[in-house]
Design a protein around this ligand. Structure first.
Ligand code: DGY
Length: 323
């Protein structure tokens, strides 16, 4: 990558990268940006010749885009910790490294899960909508009654980085913390008194169920009609992970029929489309995938994505390799 006369390596930023990452890349590379509203057709036009690509959760990186980019592509740096938008097998087959951005967004995402927990438990969206619409006619002892969280049983599904941080944040409130994980987490058990159980037991006992597992074939549809029926009728479901984990039609029905108490969602199966039935469901707080949207997290993610690209192009091991 050195030598004044040498062409600078082309990096395709599929949509956009914040300055914290862009400035690092621009020092050594020719960066081509697709822009926030780039179409998949336009990406195929921009891709040829890129040696590195920066993608994000909205960019499907599969065989067609990889082939259009060409055999010189060395790395797909995903601007996210999740990487379900990237066809890992297709990258593996072509010898392309895939990287992600763990850790830097852990606090932001866990904090948003906590915010959604409180907002859904206390029915804040409905209450605010009613106030803004001028329907508040005065203090009403029976209106907007929600779930008190002090002493509640919290159920954490997935005790990775974000699940663990969420469990830490709710510990001052929790009467009990249950968790589901493929492997035991002795530190969470020791430090947070978390108890590992099967999903069925967690769903039956928890007052709050918060999802923190990645989307993959094993977790797709993890929470469907049967699981929602197994939850307590006052329980709150929180999803800041991926929309594919929850059957949204079943969730909307469960809310309509009072099978569960409330839901707080930041992610959807077909973003940015939010299923109409969820928009119409009661006791539901809906946010537009802003889990990692703090300046600290997003700057960290941008820097990390750029550092992963530069490591691969410089011939070293990228710090956050997935594949
Ligand atoms: C991630 O990193 O996977 C997040 O969903 C992006 O906010």
């Amino acid at each position: 990558m050195s030598g004044a006369a040498e062409a600078r390596p082309k990096v395709l930023v599929a949509r956009m990268l914040l300055p914290a990452g862009m400035e690092l890349l621009a020092e050594r590379c020719e960066v081509v940006e697709g822009g926030l509203d780039v179409s998949s057709e336009r990406l195929l036009e921009l891709a040829p010749g890129a040696v590195a690509m920066v993608a994000d959760p909205t960019v499907a990186v599969g065989g067609e885009l990889l082939d259009a980019t060409g055999p010189q592509l060395q790395v797909v740096a995903n601007f996210a910790v999740g990487h379900d938008n990237v066809d890992l097998d297709a990258c593996r087959r072509r010898g392309i490294a895939v990287t992600n951005t763990p850790d830097v967004l852990t606090n932001a995402t866990a904090e948003l899960a906590l915010a959604l927990t409180v907002a859904a438990a206390r029915r804040m969206s409905e209450a605010e909508a009613s106030l803004r619409a001028g329907r508040w006619v005065g203090w009403d002892p029976g209106a907007g009654l929600g779930l008190e969280l002090s002493g509640a049983t919290f159920g954490v599904v997935g005790m990775g980085r974000i699940g663990r941080r969420y469990a830490e944040l709710v510990t001052p409130l929790a009467g009990e913390t249950l968790y589901v994980s493929r492997t035991p987490k002795p530190e969470a058990e020791r430090d947070l008194s978390a108890v590992r159980v099967e999903l069925a037991e967690l769903l039956g006992r928890a007052d709050v169920v918060s999802l923190h597992v990645p989307a993959n074939p094993e977790t797709t549809g993890l929470i469907g009609s049967a699981e929602l029926r197994a939850m307590r009728t006052h329980a709150v479901l929180v999803n800041t992970a991926r929309g594919a984990l929850v059957d949204s039609a079943a969730l909307a029905r469960a809310l309509q029929e009072g099978e569960i108490g409330a839901a707080g969602l930041d992610v959807y199966e077909t973003e940015p489309d939010v299923p109409t039935e969820l928009l119409q469901a009661p006791r539901c707080v809906l946010l537009p995938h802003i889990g990692s949207a703090t300046t600290t997290a997003r700057d960290g993610m941008a820097r990390m994505a750029a550092e992963n690209v530069l490591a691969v192009l410089g011939g070293s091991e990228p710090p956050n390799r997935v594949v």
